[in-house]
Design a protein around this ligand. Structure first.
Ligand code: CMP
Length: 140
C-alpha cells in the first residue's frame, strides 16, 4: 500500500546547490511530495532524529554537520517509497555507493570525522512515522 517516508537533503546538498537535481530524481521516479521545508535544524530535532547513534564516535560531528547550515526536510509518498528512496540514495558511504544513485553520482568523501552523504531516508515504516513526527508534527 501507499506509504510515506522522511527525506532530508542534508546541508552539503543545499550548499552544493543539488536540491533541484535530487528532487528531480525523486519526482522522476514517480514519488509524490507531500511536504517540503528548508530550515536550519534545531538541537532538539537532531537529538531526536539521531537518538540511535548517541554514543557513537561520529555522533557529535554528525550533529554539528546537520545543524551547521540549512537542510531541506521532505515527506514523500508512494508505493514502497521507503525502500525505493533508499535504493535511489545508494549506500551510506558515497565512495562505494553505486553509480546511478544520488550518493554514487553526486557524493564523495572528505577528510572529516563524519561521512557527508547528501541525503537521509527513513529505513522502515516505524522510523518513517517517528521521523515525520519530528520534522513535520503538523503532517503526522
Ligand atoms: P545516515 O545513514 O543518513 O545517518 C547516519 C549518518 O552518520 C550517516 O548517514 C553518515 O552521515 C554518518 N555516518 C555513519 N557511519 C559513519 C562512520 N562510520 N563514520 C562517519 N560517519 C558515519
Amino acid at each position: 500500500s501507499t506509504e510515506r517516508t522522511l527525506i532530508l537533503l542534508k546541508p552539503d546538498a543545499v550548499q552544493r546547490s543539488l536540491r533541484g537535481e535530487i528532487l528531480r530524481r525523486i519526482e522522476a521516479k514517480g514519488y509524490g511530495i507531500v511536504a517540503l521545508a528548508q530550515r536550519t535544524a534545531t538541537a532538539e530535532e537532531l537529538s531526536s532524529h539521531y537518538a540511535e547513534h548517541e554514543g557513537k564516535p561520529f555522533y557529535q560531528p554528525l550533529v554539528d554537520y546537520m545543524g551547521s547550515a540549512p537542510l531541506v526536510a521532505i515527506v514523500a509518498e508512494g508505493e514502497k517509497v521507503i525502500e525505493g528512496f533508499r535504493s535511489l540514495a545508494g549506500a551510506t558511504n558515497p565512495t562505494s555507493a553505486a553509480p546511478g544513485t544520488i550518493r554514487g553520482d553526486l557524493g564523495r568523501e572528505w577528510d572529516l570525522p563524519v561521512i557527508q552523504n547528501l541525503v537521509h531516508g527513513s529505513d522502515s515504516p516505524e522510523s518513517a512515522a517517528r521521523e515525520i513526527a519530528i520534522w513535520f508534527p503538523e503532517v503526522g
